[in-house]
Design a protein around this ligand. Structure first.
Ligand code: UD1
Length: 326
C-alpha cells in the first residue's frame, strides 16, 4: 500500500516507517523537522519537508503522492505544557489534524491511522483500562487526542474515511536492530530522563513521589516497546483493508512497572548508578495506569513481543551509547 507518514521523522514515526517499509509498503514522510530528526529518515522512503499548519503544503503533498493510507503522528505531547500553554496544543494538535483530515479526504485517502493516547482516559476508574473505560482526560493534551478521535468518527460517517485510533500507553525503547538512534530533543518522559541522569547530561532524576498506593510507592506505568507500537500500525492497516471498519484500540502490555523498577533496570544495563532524588508528586499523575490490550489481540492479532523491561532499557541504552555521549 502507498502510505503517507505525517510526523515520520519523529521517535514513534521513524520506527513505524521502518516497519511499514520492511513489510513492503511504499512510504513517504511529511515532517517539518521541528522535533523530528533528519537522522531518523530512511533512504528507501520519500521525504517532503512541510508543515501541517500550512494547509497548502499538506494538500500538495497528498495530491502528488495519492496514498491509500496515512499515519498521523505530528503532535505535541507534553501533558504538563498543554496545561500552561493550551493554545499551542489547540493550534498544532487540533488545527493541524483538521488540515490533514481535510487534505486526506480531498486526496482520496481511504485509511487513516491516528496516534492517540491513554491520556484520553484520564484518571483510571478501574484497572486494567479497556476501551470501554470513560474518557475524561485530566490534561489538555489528552483532550486534543480525544477531540481528534471525535473528528475522525464524523469524517468516517460523512466522508467514508476509515480510521484506527491507537491509544498508546507509555512508548519506550529503541529499534531492536539498532537502525534508529536519533534521540528526542528535550525529553520529559521517564526513561530518557533516566538515561540523561546516567550519562551526566542531567544532574539527577527527580522521582515524582514515593507515597503512592503501589508496591514500592512510585508511579506504575505500562511501558510498550516502540517496535511493538510500530507493528501495531502495520496491523491496523491490514485490519482496515480487510474489514473496512474503523476502530479505537489500546496498545499496551498489561504489565505495571514502577519508576524504581526502571531505575534498577537502567543500572543493570549500564553498570552505573542512577543519581536520583524523591520529590513531590507531579500534579495530574495517576498512581498507576495499565492497559487491557485484549481488543488489539482479538481484532488485530497484535501482541507485544519486545516489551519486557530489559529489552526496553537495553535498546535505549544502546541508542545513547551509539550517540557517543556516554
Ligand atoms: C505522559 C503523559 C501522557 C503522555 C505521555 C507521552 C502525564 C500525566 N501523562 O505519560 O499524557 O501520553 O507522557 O508523552 O503527563 N517520572 C518521574 N520523574 C521524571 C519523569 C517521570 O518520576 O522526571 C514518573 C512519573 O511520575 C510517572 C512515570 O515516571 O509515574 C512515567 O512518566 P512519563 O514518562 O512522564 O509518562 P506519563 O506521565 O505516564
Amino acid at each position: 500500500m502507498k502510505i503517507a507518514v505525517i510526523g515520520g521523522a519523529g521517535y514513534i514515526g521513524s520506527h513505524t516507517v521502518r516497519e511499514l517499509l520492511d513489510r513492503g509498503h511504499e512510504v513517504k514522510v511529511f515532517d517539518n523537522l521541528s522535533s523530528g530528526l533528519e537522522q531518523n529518515l530512511f533512504k528507501d522512503a520519500g521525504f517532503v519537508k512541510g508543515d501541517i499548519l500550512h494547509p497548502e503544503e499538506i494538500e500538495a503533498f497528498l495530491q502528488e503522492f495519492k496514498p491509500e493510507g496515512l499515519v498521523h503522528l505530528a503532535a505535541f505531547k507534553a501533558a504538563g505544557e498543554s496545561m500552561t500553554n493550551p493554545e499551542k496544543y489547540s493550534v498544532n494538535n487540533i488545527t493541524g489534524s483538521l488540515n490533514i483530515l481535510n487534505a486526506a479526504t480531498a486526496a482520496g485517502v481511504k485509511y487513516f491511522v491516528f496516534s492517540s493516547s491513554a491520556a484520553t482516559y484520564g484518571a483510571p476508574q478501574y484497572m486494567p483500562v479497556d476501551e470501554k473505560h470513560p474518557t475524561e482526560p485530566e490534561n489538555y493534551y489528552g483532550y486534543t487526542k480525544l477531540a481528534i478521535e471525535g473528528f475522525l468518527k464524523w469524517y468516517d460517517k460523512l466522508r467514508g474515511i476509515k480510521f484506527a485510533a491507537l491509544r498508546y500507553f507509555n512508548a519506550a525503547g529503541y529499534d531492536v536492530k539498532g537502525r534508529i538512534t536519533g534521540l528526542e530533543k528535550n525529553p520529559a518522559n521517564l526513561i530518557p530522563v533516566v538515561m540523561e541522569a546516567l550519562t551526566g547530561r542531567r544532574k539527577e532524576l527527580l522521582v515524582f513521589g514515593n507515597d503512592y498506593d503501589t508496591p514500592d510507592g512510585t508511579g506504575v506505568r505500562d511501558y510498550i516497546h516502540v517496535n511493538d507500537l510500530a507493528i501495531g500500525h502495520a496491523k491496523a492497516f491490514e485490519y482496515l483493508q480487510q474489514k473496512n471498519e474503523s476502530l479505537i484500540v489500546n496498545l499496551g502490555v498489561q504489565r505495571g512497572t514502577s519508576v524504581l523498577d526502571i531505575v534498577k533496570a537502567a543500572e543493570k544495563a549500564s553498570g552505573k548508578k542512577v543519581p536520583y532524588r524523591i520529590v513531590e508528586r507531579r500534579p495530574g499523575d495517576p498512581a498507576s495506569l495499565v492497559a487491557d490490550p485484549s481488543k488489539a489481540f482479538e481484532l488485530l492479532g497484535w501482541k507485544a513481543q519486545y516489551s519486557d523491561i530489559d529489552t526496553i532499557i537495553k535498546t535505549t541504552w544502546k541508542a545513547y551509547l551509539s550517540n557517543g555521549i556516554v
